[in-house]
Design a binder for this molecule. Structure first.
Ligand code: CO
Length: 199
């Protein structure tokens, strides 16, 4: 498992809700937390590791030494938004690109945890930003889509550079062709909804 970079097609994939929480999901969530900490992030969505599931991990401290702040969120939804606030945002799929993005100041979210419990909470400002950013990922929406005109214009050069690097990596065979990546997402999705064997 690794974190994919823009413009990998998984970042534009509309992920499906998970229908069951099993060992595979628990292992994937643990691996995502490890990657997130290693990359010094505070959130990571399954789309960013090319998994087409509504699954995200968060820890607003970004510190694996504070596991009490860790959240693994399955099928998360925003129920309510309050206020708006502009703040600097980055994304592990766009390393080095930080821009101001306007978001709701706080949100009320609902999700399932790894034990299958339904959780509901009203977030702090930082966690609200992280939830909005990560939930967007699950729907194929990126922070570059949410930037204002100036931030978007200031990002143009960096985006062209990411696109160039990605194309180069594909030409060198380090990243499969997009058609292959899209097929891999569809295969994972089909596998996730396949009925369990009856015995
Ligand atoms: Co991101």
């Amino acid at each position: 498992m690794n974190i994919v970079r823009y413009p990998h097609p998984a970042l534009r994939h509309q992920s499906q809700p998970l229908t069951n929480i099993n060992d595979r999901v628990r292992r994937q969530a643990a691996a995502m937390l490890d990657l997130m900490y290693a990359a010094k992030g505070i959130g990571l969505a399954a789309n960013q590791v090319a998994l087409p599931y509504q699954l995200l991990v968060l820890n607003t401290s970004g510190d694996s030494g504070q596991p009490e702040l860790e959240r693994v969120c399955i099928n998360p939804v925003v129920l309510e938004r309050k206020g708006t606030i502009e703040g600097e945002e980055g994304c592990l799929s766009f390393p080095g690109l930080f821009q101001k993005v306007r978001r709701a100041r706080t949100v009320k979210v609902r999700y399932y945890d790894l034990a299958g419990r339904q959780m509901e909470l009203v977030t702090s400002e930082l966690e609200a930003r992280a939830f909005q950013h990560e939930i967007d990922h699950l729907h194929g929406v990126l922070y570059i889509d949410k930037m204002g005109f100036l931030a978007r214009r200031a990002s143009r050069g960096a985006l062209e550079e990411f696109e160039h690097e990605y194309k180069k990596a594909q030409e060198k065979g380090e990243i499969p062709a997009d058609a292959e990546l899209v097929k891999a997402l569809a295969d994972l999705e089909a596998e996730a909804v396949a009925p369990a064997p009856r015995m």
